[in-house]
Design a binder for this molecule. Structure first.
Ligand SMILES: Cc1cc2nc3c(=O)[nH]c(=O)nc-3n(C[C@H](O)[C@H](O)[C@H](O)COP(=O)(O)OP(=O)(O)OC[C@H]3O[C@@H](n4cnc5c(N)ncnc54)[C@H](O)[C@@H]3O)c2cc1C
Ligand code: SF4
Length: 364
């Protein structure tokens, strides 16, 4: 597969990059690592006339401000985000999420800003069009959806890993663009929730900085990513959790839970957040309530997702046990033994054709 033709500029400062964006009109894109944009261009999902490469602009190292805000350059490669001792100490959730993106080679090229600006994806869309379809789908300006054959809109989902962690940590981003003053706003507002146009910034704007505010002294975080094969792969479901404890060290004072790969933007699990707030997270509570209500809690975390995944499973003839099995398979080291069972599940899963209602439930 070849890249289409484009004009390439390699400015050495952000100011020069913004000036080039202004000079080259609407069909211009910035490219940082190119690990998302170039594959998209190769399969015809994006076709800019002009690319402004940001690799000649050297990112500043992460730093703490006097008020304990962690400031990171958005041009930092993901491998540096993971390796930075400062980030690992101050925001281990982000380190962990950065480490879960793709492979070391891709993390060396891919940047934090590029990861936040990932487009929505779907199994059908992220492939070459020529041999795949007769008609283009909604996302390629067509009038149909292949994932949901009777769907009236695009159901592609947002799968970037670091965005979940940063939203759970209440991060802000700084954005620069031609003709506008720099603005700072919560990362959560970067996402529109629209699968066709998932970002609220224009292609002529650049994320320059990511800021994580001071974290609660009695806070804890976790990141989990579930992918079907467990290798260099996008998430099927991922979640970032940040829990703060009250002074008694037991009561949850605030919870922030963000779920990925289920909708067109990172999804705040607000029901789960309010369920946990004010609860004493004792061992008994965790054993009896969290583990005891396993499915219910997952449903709290993922909204209707898991329950409807089971409903969806019924439509395609996959049992609840098989879905659990697939999950376990991913985390077990008995891969070879379970491989055949898994492949059977996977084949049925991807080849399914179900009603719009059930499929929409699945994605939600
Ligand atoms: C095999 C493979 C596996 C992958 N697996 C994962 C995965 O598991 N998890 C995951 O999250 N991602 C994954 N990715 C996607 C990709 O590698 C990451 O999203 C990466 O962080 C993108 O960063 P980049 O700098 O390469 O972005 P680029 O490709 O340079 O840009 C991506 C988009 O963001 C825009 N952009 C880039 N930088 C900025 C900026 N500073 N401000 C504004 N807009 C900007 C570009 O215009 C473009 O539209 C995978 C990719 C591949 C090829
Ligand atoms: S969900 Fe449907 S419309 Fe959207 S990208 Fe996939 S096939 Fe295209």
């Amino acid at each position: 597969m070849h890249l289409p033709k484009f004009t390439y500029f390699k400015p050495e400062t952000l100011e020069a990059a913004v000036a080039l964006l202004q000079a080259h009109g609407p069909n211009v894109r910035v490219v940082s690592g190119g690990t998302e944009l170039f594959p998209r261009m190769k399969i015809g999902l994006d076709n800019p006339d002009v690319l402004i490469g940001l690799k000649a602009i050297h990112p500043l190292p992460p730093m703490m401000t006097a008020d304990k805000t962690l400031v990171m350059d958005a041009l930092m490669p993901l491998s540096e985000v993971y390796c930075s001792e400062l980030i690992r100490n101050q925001a281990p959730l982000l380190s962990e999420a950065a480490y879960r993106v793709a492979s070391q080679e891709i993390r060396n090229m891919g940047t934090l800003g590029g990861n936040l600006c990932q487009n929505t994806r779907c199994l059908y869309y992220n492939q070459t069009h020529d041999f795949q379809f007769v008609e283009p789908c909604f996302k390629r300006d067509g009038k149909r959806c292949y994932f949901i054959p009777k769907g009236k809109k695009c159901w592609a989902v947002f799968m970037a890993d670091t965005a979940l962690a940063l939203i759970a940590l209440d991060a802000m981003i700084k954005v620069a663009g031609p003709g506008k003053p720099e603005r700072i706003f919560p990362l959560e507002e970067l996402y529109s929730g629209e699968a066709l146009d998932p970002l609220t910034i224009g292609p002529d704007e650049i994320i320059t900085e990511v800021r994580i505010p001071p974290q609660h002294p009695l806070g804890g975080t976790a990141f989990i990513k579930f992918s079907l094969r467990g290798g260099v792969e996008f998430a099927v479901l991922s979640a970032a959790v940040a829990l703060d404890l009250a002074d008694d060290g037991v009561t949850c004072s605030q919870a922030r839970i963000v779920v990925g790969a289920v909708s067109a933007s990172p999804l705040r699990a607000r029901a789960a957040e309010s369920f946990l707030a004010g609860k004493a997270l004792t061992e008994q509570f965790i054993d009896e309530t969290i583990f005891g209500w396993h499915d219910d809690i997952i449903r709290y975390v993922c909204g209707r997702f898991v329950d409807d995944l089971f409903i969806f499973g019924k439509y395609i003839g996959v049992s609840r046990e098989e879905l659990h099995m697939c999950h376990e398979w991913n985390f077990s080291n008995r891969r070879q033994r379970r491989r055949r069972e898994y492949e059977k599940f996977y084949a049925r899963h991807v080849e399914c054709r179900v009603s719009e209602e059930a499929s929409c439930c699945y994605i939600l």
